[in-house]
Design a protein around this ligand. Structure first.
Ligand code: ADP
Length: 397
């Protein structure tokens, strides 16, 4: 069964074609800068890479371009669009409606739209992608895979904020958590590597990319996670602050006459590694200069310290932990962050093997803990698209 996976952002479409159930990667690509004269499509198939810069007006045109490349006589991997039997969509927010993936119908479309207030940057483009796919692939089943779904098992005391309960009653203000597809995928893979059923493992999964989140997984279920109502809470990220004292906002608002929109920009786009260093949101760039640049080093130290604090929290929450699992661009490659966040924790049963850690990079899976470490430390490359394809296949087969 050929399945197309689509991840529609506000100005981008990420896509991948799979042959299921073998999960064979037939082709994948990225359309960026939608709405611009110099939009760009990058497309990979059969080990070849095609890059084209062209004007793309909107998501509809973007998906037409996608349809063209995958069916093209030279670059195509299917002879016609009717070869595609299902489409899986990444949807960021499913609110309290969905705790697993679901075949899309009118009720699901309405629920995704209802959650748009909670994820204004994500759900509207996700919905646009779904609507266009429904038109483009008539009669084909579309499946929504939610970033929030995996975290719907959080207990009430972990998802409720300590503010007036009326805000939950009226507006559903609570912790939802994100990156669920990735946390769920790496948890499943970690259980396989540990040789135990998922329902018997306790894990701390760290998804560290441009956005970063950490999850406590008990017996295979998410029981706490660092992102909250929105993906701004928790760990330090590329440009997002993560946790800060909320009163900083009142203080700065008075000092600098700042508005809600200013804080939205400051905390989401101008903070984190970029804000502290004043140089870059990219962990690699900061690592390259940290020996000679004090602020780059400080940014990395704060990132790793916050990560270590959360690992400590979740060790306490879970008590018995089988493994700490690292994934995402930094989690998979950033051996310095892994080392710093897991060092000096031998009394807690966490012992990292520095040599194995340094050797585990670039998409490699591995156990980077010492043989004596009670808690294993694993690196598991994430595969959100593959997980979306698997969920889609399970629901439509
Ligand atoms: P996204 O969340 O956008 O999918 P990624 O998962 O690709 O992002 O992660 C991007 C982050 O991974 C960047 O901070 C980048 O610096 C970091 N990264 C990638 N490779 C390395 C590396 N070799 N060492 C340290 N950090 C890395």
């Amino acid at each position: 069964m050929i399945i197309l996976v689509i991840n529609c952002g506000s100005s981008s479409i990420k896509f991948q074609l799979f042959d299921m159930p073998s999960k064979k990667d037939l082709a994948k690509g990225l359309i960026e800068r939608i709405g611009e004269e110099d939009a760009k499509i990058t497309y990979k198939h059969n080990g070849e890479k095609l890059v084209e810069v062209l004007p793309i007006k909107d998501h509809k045109e973007g998906l037409s371009k996608l349809a063209q490349v995958i069916t093209d006589a030279e670059t195509g991997v299917v002879s016609s669009l009717s070869d595609i039997e299902a489409v899986g969509h990444r949807v960021v927010h499913g609110g309290e409606y969905y705790s697993s993936s679901v075949v899309i119908d009118d009720i699901v479309l309405k629920a995704i739209n209802d959650c748009a207030d909670l994820a204004p940057l994500h759900n509207p483009p996700n919905l646009m992608g779904i609507t266009e796919a429904i038109n483009m692939f008539p009669g084909v089943k579309n499946v929504a895979v939610f970033d929030t779904a995996f975290h719907q098992t959080l207990p009430e005391y972990a998802y409720t904020y300590p503010i007036s309960h009326s805000y939950y009653d009226k507006y559903k203000v609570r912790r939802y958590g994100f990156h669920g597809t990735s946390h769920s995928f790496v948890a499943g893979r970690a259980a396989e590597l540990l040789g135990k059923p998922l329902s018997e493992v306790n894990l701390i999964t760290c998804h560290l990319g441009n956005g970063c989140s950490i999850t406590a997984v008990k017996n295979g279920n998410s029981i706490d996670t660092s992102m909250g109502l929105t993906p701004l809470e928790g760990l330090v990220m590329g440009t997002r602050s993560g946790d800060i004292d909320p009163a900083i906002l009142f203080y700065l608002a008075k000092k600098e006459n700042l508005t809600i929109n200013d804080f939205d920009r400051i905390l989401n786009k101008e903070s984190g590694l970029l804000g502290i260093s004043g140089i870059s949101n990219d962990q690699r760039n900061l690592e390259d200069i940290q020996d000679s640049n004090k602020m780059a080093k400080l940014a990395l130290d704060i990132f790793d310290y916050k990560l270590k604090k959360y690992i400590g929290c979740y060790l306490a929450v879970l008590n018995r932990v089988d493994a700490i699992v690292f994934t995402g661009g930094i989690g998979e490659n950033g051996h310095l962050s892994r080392e710093k966040s897991c060092s000096d924790m031998d009394a807690l049963g966490v012992e990292i093997d520095t040599k194995k850690n340094e050797e585990t990079i670039r998409g490699k899976e591995g156990d980077i803990s010492k043989a004596s470490s009670r808690v294993k430390i694993l690196v598991v490359p994430t595969d959100e698209e593959g997980q979306i394809a698997s969920d889609t296949y399970q629901l439509v087969k």
